[in-house]
Structures are given as C-alpha cells and as structure tokens.
Design a protein around this ligand. Sequence first.
Ligand code: ADP
Length: 278
Amino acid sequence: MMPLDQVHHLYQTVLTRIEEVIFEIEKNNQALMEASQLKSQFLATMSHELRTPMNAIMGFSQMLMLEQYGPLSPRQADMVERIFNNSQNLLSLLNEVLDFSKLEAGCWDVNFQPFDTARLIKGTVEELRSLAQKKNLNLIVIIDTENPEICSDQSCIRRILINLLGNAIKFTPQGSVTVTLEDGPDNTLKLTVQDTGIGIAPEDQILIFEAFRQVDQTLTRKHSGTGLGLAIVKSLVQMIQGGITITSQRGEGAGFTIAIPRTPQQRRIIAIDAEVYL
Ligand code: ADP
C-alpha cells in the first residue's frame, strides 16, 4: 500500500494539473470568443462599407434607366436594367450579412414602442408585391383582429416579415402566399406567412434555422441565398420575446407563425400550438 503522504502528494499533483487544464480551456475559450467577435465586427464593417458603392451603382443605373441623360437603345436599356436588378440582389445579400453580424455581435438595439401592426404588415407586404407579381403569385393579406395595436419593436417585425415573405415567394413556383394577422393566446398576436410552394420535410425543419443552412446545399441549386434569413428571423423573434413555429410537409407548402407578445415582459412567452418549437 502507498503511504498516506504519498497519496496526498499525488492527489495534490493531480488537482494542480486539473486546475492548469481548466485555466488553459478558459483562456482558449476567451480567445475563441474574441476571434468570433472580431469576425462579426469585420463582417459588419465590410458589408456596411460595400453598401455605399452599391448605392452609387443603383442610383446611376436608375438615372440611366429613366433616360435622364439621353435615350437608350433597347439593348442598352436591357443591360442597364440587368445592372440595376443585380445590384438590388447584391444589396439585399449585403443587408442580410450586415443584420446577421450585428445580431451576432450583440449590436442590435431593440426599441419597444406602441404601433399599429396591421398598418406595418400591409405596408411591408406592398414593398414585396412586385416580386410576387413577377412570378404570377397571389399575395393575400388577412387582418383578423379587432385590436392590432401592440407595444413591440417595429423594425424587428418588419425585418422578420420581409425574410419570411421573401422566402415564401422564392420557394413557391405557383399559387399563393397569404399573410394573416390574428389574435393568439396569452395576450399575443399571431402572424402567419403561408405559401403553396415546395414545402420543407419535417427532418429539415430544425436545421434551416441554423446560420448558412439550406435544404439544398448543392452549388447547382435553383434558388439563390445566403442561408442567413431564418437565423436572423430566429434571433429577431427572441429579441421581441416571441416564438416561432413551422407547419410543413415536403411538396405541400410551408407556414411560418410568429407569436408576438402585445407587451414586452420579463419572462419569455411560450409559443403557440407548435409542431416544432424553437
Ligand atoms: P436562404 O433563403 O437564403 O437560403 P434562409 O435561412 O432564409 O436562407 O432559409 C434556409 C432554407 O430553408 C432555405 O434555403 C430553404 O431550403 C428553406 N426554406 C425557407 N423558407 C422556405 C419556404 N417558405 N418554403 C420552402 N423552403 C423554405
């Protein structure tokens, strides 16, 4: 048998080593967190800086399209329109990266104020109507609440709706996209974006909320995108203390529902009748 003082010494050595390892892990964790913070900061700065030249490209191509500096031949008009459309796409990608990095770096300010959700929703839907028209989709808004006044963050809800509606239009080859606002349980409003598109298989429904995740990850995929939209939606929903649920089957359309608390509270609101709760 080992003498007691040797056991004690061994015990002390092991304890010291464990403490050293814990210290190392904590140091590495700190370094990783700082590196991640720097990466988010870099992404935010880059996308912000890139927006300025993009705005110039869009502004000048718009002036050319309006023929303010002389008439364009049909071929020139077609080219300028393509420049404009592509820069618009690039700008929305940049905005997505900017939003994501701001949220990741914890630099997104929430501002709770009273406002009329029905008005916000109708206005936001109108911003995207031309996208739906280009694909011959029916874009329907149903306001089914007596009291659309809430105290929440307008810009978060607008951004959530733009992302969900953008996806619904993108992933729906034909049919309709319906936005519904109705009363939910526990003093919430329910905002649903329902489409008749390609749908999402149940096994993919959790994954798509992770950043950069897409159901079709191949380079030859049909639909463009960063894979950040739903990660942004998930963070924004948390910021307004809400919940999100998804109801879908592959090939049978998709429905995303946001539970919006009418007033901010200390505790998080538990979501509505959910198939998947995040
Ligand atoms: P992106 O649209 O840029 O690919 P998102 O994070 O917004 O990224 O969405 C992630 C993935 O979830 C999409 O690539 C798509 O596979 C799936 N998805 C999202 N919304 C819908 C929808 N309405 N219908 C079908 N699939 C969807």
